[in-house]
Ligand binder design. Structure first.
Ligand code: C2O
Ligand code: CU
Ligand code: CU
Length: 493
């Protein structure tokens, strides 16, 4: 195993000011302007965007330590005491290549159990792989090791804790970071930006605010909407420059309906799904957990990256106490384009079309019903009644296996939502191909690891269970719903 280099050690130490940017045919390094925590300037409106430190694999390996601990940093320009990976929010960005081995020593220095999940990576869920049944107690550590297959799809992934019952709270408190799997053929860009969107609420002392049962049932949405831990940072470019924006929705429950009016946007991927050629878009919807891989060609002027209201439904009779999921538009960042025009960037190579499961032989068809109903305490609009969050009528139990799948087969799953709220359905390890969305057949190959199932709606997906066996989970990525029981166990064998 490669020892941690001095440079890595510096980055791991939470220096937080260095970023690496892959551009053009070559590779260049740049320093992002230093913002000292507590200087008062960090994170204020108009402050330059900070990027998480980046750790890059070399010789097929990346080895690092991730320490989860309470830290003292700024969030949105305010002094805060969130949970940090290696002293920062977000944690370091991990840049890998297909075929790499990623080794992470997770050190738990918080006062609750935690663990680690690599969201979207197609890796083994067994043993010390992407195994969410591992518990790392306070004061303990665990050595995770993941081997990416040589044909792993390039794209944007992320990591976060997955200890059942505490997932929403720990992510809301700051525990998340990006994973990038690099393209075999680099796309010529002037900047490769990693943009983690999160939300949280701070109390007057800068601690992460507690949430009510009502907020948990609705899915907590924070008062602060952050981009790389900052409020409305400033990004700059020259006209004609092409940038790559890797946007991650790390919010516990908030949907992001994004616009960047006045600029030219092309989507090249969502989750592990790749578009064969860039597709022009003017709006993007990212459910919690989704990622977008976006090309932005800069147009002279100033634009605002906006999160527009999205109606994800609600709970009848309880909305009086719950946070309204529909809010006004929020500004995530300012994009200022000026100066001399840049040369026209090189063409984006056409990429091979992904395999299409619509023509595959289907070995089994299943229906998964996502439901919210009166729990044991009884709901009836009364206080104190907990609503039950279930899949096929059952709340999560880690000791039960709900779905057994034969290795090497393709299955078709119909995801039915009988509740008045959207539930973004997430399956670990094996990507899903969207076949039908609310009755409409999908006419291209769309691969996702989070598929939003609309309130009282349904979606159909196909999944190829190849490469890996073992036990893993599927769940609603409104992480409070997952913590409240809307999760099931799958075993592939
Ligand atoms: Cu991003 Cu099981 O989660
Ligand atoms: Cu996941
Ligand atoms: Cu849900």
């Amino acid at each position: 195993m490669r020892p941690v280099s001095r440079r890595d050690a510096l980055l791991l130490g939470g220096l937080g000011t260095a970023a690496t940017v892959a551009g053009g045919a070559g590779l260049w390094w740049s320093l992002v302007s230093t913002q000292q925590p507590g200087s008062g300037a960090g994170g204020a409106q108009g402050t330059g965007l900070r990027s998480p430190p980046e750790l890059r694999s070399a010789g097929g390996r990346l080895q690092l330590t991730l320490e989860a601990a309470r830290g003292q940093v700024e969030l949105g320009g305010r002094p805060a005491r969130p949970l940090c990976y290696n002293g920062a929010v977000p944690g370091p960005t991990l840049r890998l290549r297909p075929g790499d081995e990623l080794s992470i020593r997770l050190v738990n220095s918080i006062d609750q159990p935690t663990n680690l999940h690599v969201h979207g990576l197609h890796v083994s869920p067994q043993a010390n792989g992407d195994n969410v049944f591992v518990t790392v107690q306070p004061g303990a550590g665990f050595d995770y090791s993941y081997r990416l297959p040589p044909d792993h799809p390039p794209g944007v992934y992320w990591y976060h804790p997955h200890h059942h019952g505490m997932v929403a709270g720990q992510i809301f408190a700051g525990l998340f970071g990006a994973i990038i799997v690099e393209d075999p053929e680099p796309i010529p860009v002037s900047a490769d930006r990693v943009l983690l969107v999160s939300d949280t609420t701070l109390d007057s002392a800068g601690n992460i605010a507690a949430v009510s049962q009502m907020e948990r049932m609705a899915g907590r949405e924070g008062e602060l909407l952050l981009l790389n831990g900052q409020s409305r940072p400033l990004l700059t470019a020259r006209p004609g420059e092409r940038e790559r924006w890797r946007i991650i929705n790390a919010c516990a429950a908030r949907f992001l309906r994004l616009r960047l009016d006045g600029q030219r946007l092309e989507l090249i991927g969502m989750d592990s799904g790749r578009s064969p050629a860039p597709e022009a878009v003017d709006e993007l919807l990212l459910a919690p957990g989704n990622r977008a891989d976006l090309l932005v060609t800069a147009v002279d002027g100033e634009s605002t990256l906006q999160a527009l209201p999205y109606d994800r439904g609600g709970m009848p009779g309880m909305m009086g106490q719950a946070p309204s999921p529909v809010r006004g538009a929020a500004a995530l960042a300012t994009f200022r384009v000026g100066g001399e025009s840049a040369a026209v960037p090189g063409a984006v190579a056409v990429r091979p079309a992904p395999a299409d499961l619509r023509t595959a032989a289907v070995a089994a068809r299943r229906q998964l019903v996502l439901a919210m109903g009166a729990g044991s305490g009884g709901m009836g609009g009364g206080m104190g009644g907990m609503m039950q969050f279930s899949i096929n009528g059952r709340e999560f139990s880690g000791s039960r296996t709900d779905t057994v799948v034969a290795a090497g087969t393709v299955e078709e799953w119909t995801l039915v939502n009988t509740s008045p709220m959207d539930h973004p359905f997430h399956l670990h390890v094996w990507p899903m191909q969207l076949i039908e969305d609310n009755g409409l057949a999908v006419d291209s190959v769309i691969m996702r690891d989070v598929v939003n199932v609309r309130a009282n709606g349904q979606a159909t997906v196909r999944v190829a269970f190849r490469d890996f066996g073992g036990r893993a989970v599927y769940h609603c990525h409104i992480l409070d719903h997952e913590d409240l029981g809307m999760m099931g166990v799958i075993e592939v064998r």
